[in-house]
Design a protein around this ligand. Structure first.
Ligand code: FE2
Ligand code: FE2
Length: 318
């Protein structure tokens, strides 16, 4: 049981209104609002030359990059879960609603544009993808931090950074033969980075006001995170192929935890009570623990093959 109730967390959060207002203002000021139709060939004239050229280039996208792109797409399309989780954590009758709506509108474009691209480029068995997405949404997503505001900020800080890295890494796997999608993924990654700054900064402010409870929350979320999309069919296989291909991996997560520790200056926090000190110690030990898991995984790595229905069950061998 947390030592600090959700009610008292909400009290701390309500003090943050002026800070959140200014964070939202600077977020919107720096934003370049783009849409799918700005970045993809879109013509009312019936001329399909550009579209056909895109389709031709897309043939060069390797299967491991397609797997990564499929997982990124389904994860982005899980947005209803995340809109609901934010509403559950922050309520629907305070200034936080403004952020949730704004964030949701921005995120919605991520799924839209990747989906538009994948259809235009004709790189998937689209029906298989649609079925997987349907199942993912129908299954729901109720992580352990549901309804807990502090834990939600810890999770979203880590997760925004993780999606940023994941989109960047997918762009790299696609390579230079298909610049359209690489450019799209970089645009999305830039927005994820700005979402990261928002959540990470809010949690920094919480630490200033309620360090013991905030550290306790972080110590419970950070050791092993429920990745968005964890309930997608064959998620573990997707994740493994991506890791084996040099895309997003547990090593990236370790780096994220190290960055959060540095940003939040976890090791420098003083004047903590017993619970806060124990949580601080637990957080500081996470990177070394992750390193052990990474090494264990690498030692046990054997040749393995994978098949995914979204890429017509072609075999990927490592
Ligand atoms: Fe996103
Ligand atoms: Fe984001």
């Amino acid at each position: 049981m947390p030592t600090v109730s959700v009610a008292s967390q909400i009290e701390v959060l309500s003090e943050l209104e002026p800070i959140v207002e200014s964070l939202i203002a600077s977020h919107e000021e720096k934003r370049v609002l783009w849409f799918s139709s700005d970045l993809l060939p879109y013509s009312n004239s019936g001329d399909t030359t550009e579209l056909q050229a895109l389709r031709e280039r897309a043939k060069s996208i390797p299967d491991n990059a397609r797997v990564s792109l499929a997982l990124n797409l389904m994860t982005e399309e899980g947005l209803p879960h995340f809109h609901r989780l934010l509403a559950q954590a922050f309520g629907t009758d305070s200034f936080w609603t403004k952020w949730n709506f704004l964030w949701t509108a921005e995120e919605d474009r991520h799924g839209n544009i990747i989906r538009d691209y994948c259809r235009d480029a004709n790189i998937f068995d689209f029906k298989a993808l649609e079925q997987a997405q349907f199942e993912y949404l129908q299954k729901g997503f109720m992580p352990s931090w549901t309804g807990n505001p502090y834990k939600t900020f810890v999770y979203t800080s880590a997760q925004e950074r993780a999606t940023q890295i994941s989109h960047e890494a997918t762009a790299k796997l696609i390579g230079e033969n298909e610049p359209t999608i690489a450019k799209i993924l970089k645009r999305i990654a830039t927005e994820e980075a700005r979402h990261f700054v928002f959540y990470m900064t809010v949690f920094k402010e919480i630490l200033k006001r309620d360090a013991n409870a905030a550290l306790e929350a972080a110590s419970e979320v950070l050791p092993s995170i429920d990745m968005p999309g964890v309930s997608i069919k064959n998620f573990a296989e997707y994740a493994e192929v991506i890791t084996r291909s040099g895309g997003y991996s547990l090593n990236d997560y370790k780096i994220i935890v190290e960055q959060l520790i540095a940003q939040w200056k976890v090791d420098a926090l003083t004047g903590l009570n017993d619970i806060g000190s124990k949580a601080q110690e637990k957080i500081m030990a996470i990177p070394a623990r992750l390193e052990k898991i990474i090494q264990h995984f690498e030692r046990r790595l054997k040749a393995k093959s994978f098949r995914f229905d979204v890429i017509f069950n072609r075999t990927l061998s490592f």
